[in-house]
Design a binder for this molecule. Sequence first.
Ligand code: PMP
Length: 375
Amino acid sequence: MIYWDHNSTTPCAPEVVEAMREFWNEEFGNPSSSHIMGHRSAVAIQRAREQVADLANVFPPEIVFTSGATESNNLLFLGILLSPSTERKRIVVSSIEHKSVLEPAYLLKGYGYEIVKLPVDRRGETKVDAAKKLITPETLIVSVQAANNEIGTLQPVADLAEIAHENGAYFHTDAAQMFGKLPLDVQAVNCDFASFSAHKMYGPKGIGALFVRGGPRRWPWAHPFLGGGQESDLRPGTSNVSAIVGFGAACRLANDFLKENSAYLYQLSEKFIRELKVVEPQVIIINEINSSLPGTLSIIFPGIPADLLIAHCQEICISRASACNGAIGASHVISEVLQNSCLEESVVRVSFGRDSSPDDFGAFFRILKKIRSGV
Ligand code: PMP
């Protein structure tokens, strides 16, 4: 099987699996317990917290483990929803945010908040000039992803954080896609909050984190989840120790190999596009390779419906839009960027990972030739 869907999820790295193994059935102590086995689990969590914090360049107590970026994003907006009303009633998001930001943000609309969407250009980059006008002193929070999951475009998050802070607003970035694939210095970007996910970066599924500047004690809103003291009361519930350990191990690996992996993936994408254009001169690449996530390509195959291409790719995993949108259906990201419904049907995402090889290109090109020749 050829797996070219790494923005959806990546395989767990062998080193990560190895690090997790003993926490499944040997070191199974509940980290909240005061006995020795509980203590050993708590120490493992602390080590993982340091590893995640190290990759993000933040302090370990500022990392709150959650079940993933969806939960981190929801935690933020539900916290606002459940808090006493503030003077600031404006929430600014980019128009191509993941649904786990857009949907909870829009929930607030029913409670007196105004949701303002920042426009993006043809490559999916948020327009900073528009942001300067739309982020106002009435803004409570600005939430813009670090990189888009469908087209890979990197966003000018440091500039947007500065504009947010000039207006006295908080800045949050959903960094699920960027974390572990490119360097992300959360301090330098000056985020107040950031969401992370382990399974995009060779870690396990079902684990992620929310960075909270100053730590959970400085959380400015209500706690949406109640009934336990874990993660400083902000995310109660028995900690998933093996997954947290795996996330930490994935962060350590990313710290060691991030430069090497990203350089390889940029080269691989360039080579793929060069060779693809020989086979299919009419293809259009939506994103700019060098200002996108490494290995991510959003490609229009004019005249070939994406579903048809995917159906022909029995041995090759490529995708239409984000897995979180479901396998079929329109993508709000592609609609925003293309503004052309005829082409929308023909957009395919290819996202390579560190195990992807140019040796597999031929199999894909043969499928394309077959479809074009009507066989
Ligand atoms: N945000 C972005 C940008 C994502 O790509 C994803 C996963 N596709 C999520 C949030 C959700 O992350 P998780 O699967 O960890 O809940």
